[in-house]
Structure formats: structure tokens, C-alpha cells
Design a protein around this ligand. Structure first.
Ligand SMILES: Nc1nc2c(c(=O)[nH]1)N[C@H]1C(S)=C(S)[C@@H](COP(=O)(O)O)O[C@H]1N2
Ligand SMILES: [Mo]
Length: 378
């Protein structure tokens, strides 16, 4: 680690007791925006409302036609493809809910100092592209292949380590058909926007966001396990800095509700009128299909079962749910909790780790039920 990089790039740390969000976290929060929770109403997140997370800078790509994707390493034949060549392969469209592994981090105590997500680092898009397994079949991976490494065009320094953004998948996942990993060029029917990886990105349904490498320029088949920064240093579940930890992979179940009523501008506390209130939202899991959502209006002491929307065949996308709550004047804390077919559910107490990853603590939405002024329409 060079001395000069030491001065610009500091080690990971936890916020001290009572330490508020700092200027560096605020700068990250303004670059990397979340899904406004009211946009959970849409099956497919409208353009610009999908969350964004970019570690370094968004590469400037003036002309997609000059972009090249190389596929090499332990293969019979190296491929060098432009976007037009990629479009000659069979195309697949998949509806995929993507969530940042750091979602919920800013609510943890102590708080890992990083992108300070509350709960909104999620979105659902329809991605069109070429199944990765078809590209790899064309290249012919060697029998000793272990990992497939994906490199983006973005470059930066993180915790003192200068790097291009790189992640890998086990060869079994890269070649697998369920989920089908895509090299996508299209998001919701249009070329990828710059912030979502223009012109090419990886889409790994069911996996946390870090696996979906944007600005994809290189795919390298490797006979060695990948040991890059984003695998062995970042994106590991560890309690103490010196633990090797476990890798972050698939998305843990989560339900989010559309905050009901209307918000206060500063506190964002919600106000509803007395009477029936439809509490609704979305739930997803990258491990197994969502089988139940429960709703509480008393902070998690008692629960009601929500009605799940009909399964629509989009295994890797979130599922809608709803519940009718009859509100009476008073203070409430709404909570929703998802469970998947493997029995994974959401904790009521924070599942803490040093990076604040895969934290699927339930969402809590404080609501005041206040009668309207006399004569006011409700
Ligand atoms: N090249 C590159 N790919 C990347 C990242 C990045 O910083 N660089 N961020 C990853 C992370 S951490 C997440 S959560 C998702 C976010 O994808 P989105 O911005 O399209 O929502 O992209 C992933 N792919
Ligand atoms: Mo992320």
C-alpha cells in the first residue's frame, strides 16, 4: 500500500457511540440514491427510481459501438465481442429484484461507516441480454475452471487498495441455468442508463447487488479461487476485523411496506386518518420463493397474515402483499415480516456484522392516526 494512497483511503471503521452521519457518508448518500418507498407500488421500478450504488465513478461511455467484452482465461477460444455481436446470441428477458448487500446498514448500532442505507436499496427491473452460459459454452471453459471473474471499467481505491471493480462467481453458478446469469444490454426495454452499467452489465438473479458487475468489460475463467478485494476483504460477514468471515451471496428475505397516509417533510413521520387503511408492499428472497408476509401495527408484539398477490411466474422478482388495518386515533409502529419456502425469515433484533451486510432486520414505520379537522374530506 503506497504512503500516498494511505492518506486518501482509510481503513474500515465503526462509528463511535452517538457519532452522527459524517460528511463523507453524506457525499456517498447523495451519489447513491435509494428507491422512494412509495415506488414499491410499481411491479417494475420506473426509470430513475431504481436504487443506485457505485463504488467509484460512473465511466463515461460516449459511444456503445466501441465497447468490447473479452471472454478469456482458462478457455479453448478467447472471444472479443461488441454489443452488436452479443445481440446475435439468443436473448432472454428476466424480471429481477436487486438489493444492495448493505441495505439497512445505517440503522445498525454500532454503525459501520459506509454508504448509509436505511431500507430503500432495492429495485426491480426487466433485464434483457445473453445467458452467460451460452457465451461460456462458445469459449469452452477448461475442466479445471473454478471461478469466473468479472471486471468492470470503473477504477478506484478502497481501504488503500487500488483496483478495477471485480467480482467472481463459482463456475457452477456462472454455467447454471437456474438462476440464469445474464450479460445484459437492456433495462426495461431501453439501453442501460449510464448509472446502471451502460453498455453491459452482469445480472445474477437472487444474489445481492455486488455480484451484478456494471460496465462489464472482461470475463476471465480461472483455475484458482478468486481472491480479489471485493471477495476477501469486502462483502464478508464477520464480527471482528481479523475474522476471515463468510462470503455474502444470496439475498435474505425482506418485506417492505409502502408507508401509508402522508409524511411530515422533515421527520417523515406518517399521518393517517381513522378508518380502514390498506397496508401493502413487496417481499422478496433470493434463497427461495416468499411464502408468507405478516404485518404488525404494534411494533411486532402481535401479527396478522397479509394476503399475497397471485404468483406471476417471475421467480426472481418481488411479490406484492396487502393487509387492511382499521386505524383508530393513536400512535402505531407498523412492521412487516417475510418468510420464504426454506423457512428463512426476518429478525426483530439486528443481525450485526462489521460490514453491515445482509441485514434483513424488519422495517419499522411509525404512524400517527389523527382525526381530520371538522368538515374536512377524509
Ligand atoms: N463495475 C461495478 N459494478 C457494480 C458496482 C460498482 O461499484 N462497480 N456496484 C455493485 C453494487 S455494490 C451494487 S448494490 C449494484 C447496484 O446496481 P445498480 O446501481 O444498477 O442498482 O451494482 C454492483 N455492480
Ligand atoms: Mo451494493
Amino acid at each position: 500500500m503506497g504512503r500516498r494512497l494511505d492518506t486518501v483511503s482509510t481503513p474500515a471503521r465503526l462509528a463511535g457511540p452517538g457519532e452522527g452521519i459524517g460528511a463523507d457518508e453524506l457525499a456517498l448518500a447523495t451519489r447513491n440514491h435509494g428507491l422512494p418507498l412509495e415506488a414499491l407500488r410499481y411491479d417494475i421500478t420506473p426509470p430513475g427510481l431504481h436504487y443506485v450504488l457505485t463504488h467509484y465513478d460512473i465511466p463515461y461511455v460516449a459511444d456503445d459501438r466501441s465497447w468490447r467484452l473479452s471472454i478469456g482465461g482458462r478457455v479453448r477460444r478467447t472471444l472479443d465481442l461488441d454489443v452488436a455481436a452479443l445481440r446475435t446470441f439468443p436473448q432472454v428477458t428476466a424480471r429481477v429484484t436487486m438489493e444492495c448487500a448493505g441495505n439497512g446498514r445505517a440503522l445498525l448500532t454500532p454503525r459501520p461507516v459506509s454508504q448509509p442505507w436505511l431500507v430503500e436499496a432495492v429495485g426491480t427491473a426487466e433485464w434483457t441480454g445473453v445467458p452467460l452460459r451460452l457465451l461460456l459454452a462458445e469459449a469452452g471453459p477448461a475442466p479445471d475452471a473454478v471461478d469466473v471473474v468479472f471486471t468492470g471499467a470503473d477504477h478506484g481505491v478502497e481501504r488503500g487498495v487500488e483496483q478495477d471493480y471485480q467480482r467472481a462467481l463459482p463456475v457452477s453458478v456462472a454455467l447454471g441455468g437456474e438462476p440464469e446469469v445474464l450479460v445484459a444490454h437492456t433495462m426495461n426495454g431501453a439501453p442501460l442508463p449510464p448509472q446502471h452499467g451502460r453498455p453491459l452489465r452482469l445480472v445474477v438473479p437472487g444474489w445481492y447487488g455486488m455480484a451484478h458487475v456494471k460496465w462489464l468489460r472482461d470475463v476471465t475463467v480461472s483455475a484458482e479461487p478468486f481472491t480479489g478485494f471485493q471477495h476477501t476483504v469486502a462483502y464478508r460477514l464477520r464480527e471482528r476485523a481479523e475474522d476471515p468471515g463468510e462470503p455474502v451471496t444470496r439475498i435474505a428475505p425482506r418485506a417492505l411496506l409502502v408507508p401509508p397516509g402522508f409524511p411530515d417533510f422533515m421527520s417523515r413521520r406518517r399521518v393517517v386518518r381513522p378508518g380502514p387503511v390498506t397496508v401493502h408492499g413487496r417481499a422478496w428472497s433470493g434463497r427461495a420463493p416468499v411464502t408468507a408476509v405478516e404485518v404488525s401495527t404494534d411494533g411486532g408484539q402481535s401479527w396478522r397474515t397479509a394476503r399475497l398477490d397471485a404468483a406471476d411466474g417471475h421467480r426472481w422478482a418481488w411479490r406484492g402483499w396487502r393487509h387492511t388495518w382499521t386505524a383508530a386515533p393513536g400512535s402505531y409502529v407498523l412492521v412487516a415480516r417475510a418468510t420464504d419456502a426454506e423457512g428463512h425469515s426476518q429478525p426483530l433484533d439486528q443481525p450485526w456484522n462489521r460490514g453491515g451486510f445482509a441485514n434483513n432486520l424488519v422495517q419499522r414505520v411509525p404512524v400517527e392516526c389523527v382525526a381530520g379537522s371538522p368538515g374536512e374530506a377524509t
